[in-house]
Design a protein around this ligand. Sequence first.
Ligand code: C2E
Ligand code: MG
Ligand code: MG
Length: 248
Amino acid sequence: LAFERVVMETSLRAALKNEEFVVYYQVQVNGATDTIIGMEALVRWQHPTIGLVSPDKFIPLAEATGLIIELDRYVMKTAMTQISQWYQQGFSPGVLTMNLAIKQLEKEDFVSMFRELMNETNCTPERIELEVTEGQIMTHPEEAIVKLKEISDLGVELAVDDFGTGYSSLAYLKRLPINKLKIDQAFVRDLPEDEEDAGITKAVIALSKSLNLKVIAEGVETKEQRDFLIENGCDIIQGYYYSKPVPA
Ligand code: C2E
Ligand code: MG
Ligand code: MG
């Protein structure tokens, strides 16, 4: 296992150096009007012999080894450059959402690095949103609150990814400087038939509304799921029903 890990780590490092990572984009749609309101950047590894590798296969190792910092910096720079280019070309891609690993936040210079990146890529804060998973926030919530506040002070909106799967504390939720909850696909998968999932989904939507947060559902694959969500007040939809993640 240790050997395998060393091999993987070495090839991850080489992949970064050789620019083998590519960024895909998945649209987020206002389901009530069927208009694109933004997109999420999702990284893939274009391996020279294995082919396209999904993030689940390498993000955990990248996190464990600290390589995630360099990887996410690359993803952010690529995606922010791309979104600016689309705006310049006269398109309306909406808000760019990027996944933020809490590891990256622990680096002292993240906020200044990010501010610089916004300048460099010509990205204004209203055009960007960052997502942190609930599980990662709740590992060290006090630190997360302080760091996320610094990001939110830049004018960048924050969303809680995979909401409902990470032992959320409502007391912390109240104190986090967040703007949006993202309902995890585990609750969306069996909608609308599964009564428990339907109940949980409705409760998360109600929670968002009463905390004045926006709400988005991910992993939406069918018209039935989409209709259920919209009927119950969750207008923003992301999932294969509209589009898989695709290259720029
Ligand atoms: P996530 O941020 O929760 O992203 C949603 C995942 O669900 C993506 O998987 C997406 O391709 C997939 N998905 C979207 N719509 C559907 C659908 O309708 N049905 C199903 N079954 N799946 C759908 P992906 O791209 O494999 O990414 C997996 C996870 O890896 C992400 O979960 C995110 O936590 C992490 N990740 C991806 N890119 C990055 C990155 O650049 N940086 C960091 N730190 N993490 C990343
Ligand atoms: Mg995400
Ligand atoms: Mg998610």
